[in-house]
Design a protein around this ligand. Structure first.
Ligand code: 5GP
Length: 115
């Protein structure tokens, strides 16, 4: 077994981070280095999937649940509009290989893709 991911350690309470939302299968935290006025990470509790491609192939319902939670949180914490980013692969900036969605919201209209 490999070491638990940083997100699993946050979920277990081993690393402090406010859990902004939690359902049976998914949870959300604030990114420690926000890139937008609202920058949340929506994360499945399982770390079986390293990236969104594996998740989409292995458990599309879980991916759908993540998108739904992102939508709910963007409405609760911002104006409802949001950018959803899955960095996929180290070359694209992925640093944590436990699939997660970046939810960016608030004041994004000026930016192009990636803001
Ligand atoms: P990636 O680069 O893999 O797409 O995204 C990983 C994200 O996790 C980064 O945006 C980074 O700021 C965030 N992150 C890394 N360590 C921690 C942490 O300990 N707490 C929180 N809240 N976010 C973290």
């Amino acid at each position: 077994m490999s070491e638990p991911s940083i997100f699993s350690r946050i979920l277990a309470g081993e690393i402090p981070s406010e859990i902004v939302a939690e359902t049976e299968n998914v949870f959300a935290i604030r990114d420690i280095a926000p890139q937008a006025p609202l920058h949340l990470l929506v994360i499945p509790k399982t770390e079986d999937y390293r990236n969104v491609v594996e998740l989409a192939a292995g458990d599309p319902a879980l991916l759908t649940e993540m998108v739904g939670l992102a939508n709910t949180l963007a409405a609760e914490h911002a104006d409802g509009d949001f950018r959803l980013i899955f960095n996929t692969g180290a070359g694209a900036g992925q640093t944590v290989f436990h699939v997660h969605a970046h939810v960016l919201a608030g004041g994004l209209a000026e930016g192009s893709l990636g803001g």
